[in-house]
Design a protein around this ligand. Structure first.
Ligand SMILES: [Zn+2]
Length: 318
């Protein structure tokens, strides 16, 4: 018997991870390429297709049904990666077409946060939901928005950039060239920025003062907050309020059943979720009170990127 599998591929600035995923969300085998080893897109595509074929050749009985890809600045409508600042490939890269020339299967491409939302819908905590939002809280803040059972891609294919909605006019500088974007406050790196600011403002003793600024991570801060370090506690509170503020804006826009928090900062667990839920309940417009669950992702972080990318194809086959 031949079983269909999908290749899920997550292209990051440093590494590309890929795996074969069956319809139930089981990762059958996986591998990794260093994205930076392929400054030319043609060489990258050749290496990726060879790597996928190699996985398939080791697993007789499986047939490739498609390739789903999560990548920065990916355009779902066109199958392109466009002007991605963290990748060596400049301009507009027709990735889906380049791959289809080598393997004749459907190829679907979107950004990693949209892929995470699709993973949540097909394999994770949003299985029965038609309206939800996934926020990925890593170096930046990515978002995937599902409305009426469909991911929102928008006119350009780049919809759902909640990380670049401005929540503090004239606030922190953002990588996008503007100031006060949501992601500069509510992300793993936003939390670090908050701690650096508070260390200069607060006189309290803090174990975080002993860590060189460039070595500070959101995990260290969460650990310090768990031990009631005053600067870390204040930083978590400040971050939770800003995250809550951005979530409220998203709630009044699309009335989701749930907002899933994923990655880096979300690993702080209750220290983040408890104050965020409280802030949202107290400050959201009354008609939305008690209507939105704020939840951790239902997908294990280790598999999430590959599962999300694979879900793009499984979703279109259902
Ligand atoms: Zn921005």
């Amino acid at each position: 018997m031949i079983t269909d599998v999908v290749a899920g591929v997550d292209i990051g600035g440093t590494n590309t991870v890929y795996g074969l995923v069956d319809k139930k969300g089981k990762v059958i085998s996986e591998g990794k390429l260093r994205t930076t080893d392929y400054p030319k897109i043609g060489n990258f595509v050749t290496a990726l297709v060879e790597a996928i074929n190699k996985l398939l050749s080791r697993k007789p009985g499986y047939r490739l049904a498609g390739v789903g890809i999560g990548a920065p600045n990916a355009n779902y409508h066109k199958g392109t990666i466009e002007l991605a600042p963290n990748l060596a490939w400049k301009g507009i890269v027709p990735l889906a077409d380049l791959i289809r020339k080598k393997i004749d299967v459907p190829v679907v491409l979107t950004n990693d946060a949209n892929a995470a939302a699709m993973g949540e819908m097909i394999f994770g905590g949003a299985k029965k939901m038609k309206n939800f939002i996934v926020l990925t809280l890593g170096t930046g803040l990515g978002s995937g928005i599902v409305i009426n059972g469909q991911l929102v891609y928008g006119h350009t294919g780049f919809a759902g950039e909640l990380g670049h909605t401005i929540i503090v006019p004239g606030g922190r500088d953002c990588g996008c060239g503007r100031q006060g974007c949501f992601e500069t406050y509510a992300s793993a790196s936003g939390l670090v920025k908050t701690v650096l600011y508070l260390l200069s403002e607060m006189r309290d003793e803090s174990i975080l003062r002993r860590i060189p600024p460039e070595k500070l991570t959101s995990k260290m801060i969460a650990d310090a907050a768990a031990k009631k370090d005053p600067v870390a506690v204040e930083a978590m509170e400040y971050t939770a309020e800003h995250l809550g503020f951005g979530i409220i804006n998203a709630i009044v826009f699309s009335s989701p059943e749930a907002v899933f928090l994923f990655g880096g900062l979300a690993n702080a667990g209750d220290m983040l979720f408890v104050p965020v839920r409280k802030y949202v309940e107290e400050n959201v417009q009354p008609i939305f009170r008690g209507t939105v669950k704020i939840l951790p992702s239902g997908i294990a972080e280790s598999n999430a990127a590959v599962l999300g990318a694979a879900a793009l194809i499984w979703n279109e086959q259902n």
